[in-house]
Design a protein around this ligand. Structure first.
Ligand SMILES: [Zn+2]
Length: 478
């Protein structure tokens, strides 16, 4: 967090006015890193699988969320102190005070009973609470002069569902088809904490796979991945590696298609530099699943804030398309071969901000003399540092010349202050993979020192070879 704040990865929104919690800004390094993260998502999931990408609007009409069930069911249980008026999330309060996990599906009555049984009182003033109530997390807005009621979307996937019929037709799709979106969503969280983990305004990368439920048993792309192993956690405690064929045989995964997409997701995260020994697919219990979901794994990672969900992998059944069909009066079915079907949906719903947090945390390595952000070169927001050894004898001019040459293709920065050792350490801390030093030899024979972040090894290369070397360094691996 210190690094993120001091180096401009991210910081609180409206900071000079102490703005409300749960809103964060990405600074220059954060934007650079996030853009690259999303580009790897596009590469490893969207392009690899031939998915379609859309970009929907963030404000959507009330009917969307009436149909989706969010206006009725997208709630958190809250309690309000009778004396000082402080509001707490009831389930979290009970979990913290009793040390036992309270599932998201607990009823108001169950929570009231637990609060009574454990004599839980207001943490601020010690007074009693009124009963547990449901608080809706949707953020509303008013549109135009007559103030039409609308909402900021609480998940990007709703645009995908309501656009489905058009996309299917104009893109001449066949089932199964996957439609994806990167964009912002909004949730009116009660007392958001944990910085980038629980936000009121946040980025999602969502993928919705539409398929014919009668033909999901055999999935062609599965052939290549049946032996791949997924790291799963079935009892909420132990993690184990199991092959897809084993998971299917034991009935833990419902279909070959779902196995394939979980493998695709896992291999994407491997390429982001996340420590996969601290990641797992956790099977959710009936009580934990979202109200529309019939089967769900959470892809989770362990960070300093405990195990955190990065991706919800939900089998949403035909819930969404049936509901939007009923509410809009337009049946959401399509032809699959000879049959007219309402597609079922499997989704990979990824939290981008928390993924970025987890990757940064897993990448930050403390060495004796230096902190190194060991980002994959293709994810580094700043790729190259350019340093004149000393600020005289024409080295600065030469460094400026080198910088302007590589800037067209690479994100490079210039640093002339402090000893060369200090400059290397500053670059290490923000994950710059390569640093170039311009010295007297550069002036004499057009060679520069190129220093590697991880090995700290230095070698001398001619300026004519530089572009080729840097291209190889930042190439995405196959
Ligand atoms: Zn109170």
């Amino acid at each position: 967090m210190r690094l993120a704040l001091e180096k401009g990865f991210f910081f609180p929104s409206s900071e000079i006015y102490s703005g409300p919690a749960g809103f964060w800004e990405y600074g220059p390094l954060g934007v650079g890193f996030r853009n690259k993260f999303v580009e790897v998502w596009r590469r490893e999931l969207l392009r690899k699988d031939g998915m379609l990408e859309i970009d929907g609007s963030q404000i959507m009409t009330k009917d969307v969320f009436r149909a989706s069930g969010h206006l009725d069911s997208f709630t958190d249980p809250i309690v309000k102190c009778k004396k000082c008026g402080s509001i707490f999330r009831a389930d979290r309060l009970v979990s913290e005070k009793t040390g036992t996990l309270v599932t998201e599906g607990s009823s108001e009555k169950e929570l009231d009973d637990l609060i009574e049984k454990h004599l839980i009182r207001c943490s601020k003033c010690g007074a009693d609470f009124g009963g547990t109530k449901k608080f809706n997390l949707m953020m509303s807005v008013e549109i135009g002069g007559d103030k039409e009621e609308a909402y900021l979307r609480s998940e990007t996937c709703q645009s995908i569902f309501v656009d489905f019929l058009r996309i299917f037709k104009v893109m001449r799709c066949k089932l199964p088809v996957a439609i994806a979106q990167f964009g912002k969503s909004f949730r009116n969280e009660i007392s958001p904490r944990q910085s980038m983990i629980r936000l009121r305004e946040f980025y999602q990368c969502e993928i919705e796979i539409f398929f014919n439920p009668n033909q999901s048993d055999v999935f062609q792309k599965y052939d290549g991945i049946s032996k791949n192993r997924l790291r799963v956690c079935l009892d909420g405690k132990k993690s184990q590696n199991m092959s897809c064929s084993e998971l299917l045989k034991k009935g833990i995964l419902p279909s070959q298609m779902i196995a394939y997409y979980l493998v695709l997701l896992q291999s994407f995260y491997e390429k982001t530099g996340l420590d996969m020994t601290r990641a797992r697919f956790r099977l959710l219990s009936d009580a934990e699943r979202a109200f529309y979901s019939s089967f769900a794994f959470d892809f989770e990672v362990e960070t300093s804030m405990g195990w955190t969900e990065l991706v919800a992998c939900n089998y949403r059944t035909d819930y969404d398309l049936v509901r939007h069909g009923q509410t809009s009066g337009r049946e959401h079915s399509v032809m699959d071969g000879e049959a007219q079907v309402v597609p079922h949906i499997f989704e990979l719903s990824m939290g981008v901000d928390r993924s970025i947090w987890a990757i940064l945390e897993h990448s930050l390595t403390k060495h004796e003399e230096r902190d190194v952000l060991e980002l994959k070169p293709y994810l580094a927001p700043i790729q190259i540092g350019v340093f004149p050894l000393v600020n005289r004898d024409g080295m600065e001019e030469k460094a400026a010349e080198v910088l302007s040459k590589i800037r067209k293709d690479f994100n490079a920065f210039y640093d002339r202050s402090g000893s060369i050792g200090r400059r290397y350490r500053r670059a290490d801390e923000i994950g710059v993979p390569k640093c170039l030093t311009i010295d007297t030899e550069t002036l004499a024979n057009d060679t520069v020192t190129i220093r590697d972040r991880d090995s700290m090894k230095q070698s001398r290369v001619h300026l004519d070879e530089l572009r080729g070397i840097l291209n190889t360094t930042f190439l995405f691996p196959d």
